[in-house]
Write a protein of this length. Sequence first.
Length: 294
Amino acid sequence: MRVLHLDSGLEMRGGQWQALRLAEGLARAGHTILFLSPKGSPCFEAAQKLGLDVKPLTIFGLRRYSRQFDFCHAHDARSHTIAALFSRAPLIVSRRVGFPIRGGFSRWKYAQPRCFIAVSNHVRVTLLAAGVSPERIHVVYDGVPLLAPSTGSQKVLIPDSADPEKGTALALEGARLAGVRAHLSTDLETDLADAGLFVYITRSEGLGSGVLLAMSAGVPVVASNIGGLPEIVKDGETGLLTGNTPQEIAAAILRVSQDYDFARLLAARGRQAVEERFSIPIMVAATTKVYESC
């Protein structure tokens, strides 16, 4: 199968890593892949390092290359817009965010794709609410690499994000109330290697691939009871869900950090969940089935 992938992101976030991991997995499975991304962007450079066939994302290039592919797969909102306007190949769109879809132009834009890949059932509901027919929506969860198990420490890891929807400041306040020192991370895969706890607080979340990375590394997780997060974090089993107040976050941090056996149980079950449900091969296989059905 020949699939043209688009990502217009100028930052390297979870969505960009997911698009690259999918493209790499499809290429290894023998599919023909071309990745279009803004030249010089972190995503463009990461695609080059992975050995993917990558070219600059331009309207001219999209119009030219899309004629040669079975599908155009857009991975973010801006590339969805560009592809809806200029792609000559049938369009598939991954939607990763859980906020409502507005009317006007957005209604037209969301009528164009042949299929949507929702990153969670929570996101699926937002698409249904916008009038997308159920048969056009397929849920495919993120896939992450199986990391080496964390060596373990007292380090409490919080992702560093300036996104107002991400609750970095709230997580830090919860850690302060719990009396623990938090480490802000901009490189999760590296910092998870010796983390003892991962705290992920957010006001809106389609799924939470950073949480999956922590689970993959066998690091216990405390996460907001928001959006698609409860679909991957089973409260008290594969992680701990919390309300978005400093007091609730602090209580969750203390519960995990003060009970070694409970923390080990969360870590083991979280890693097992990644192996069984959220691996890259599982994501690639599920996405391939979507392509075939579309």
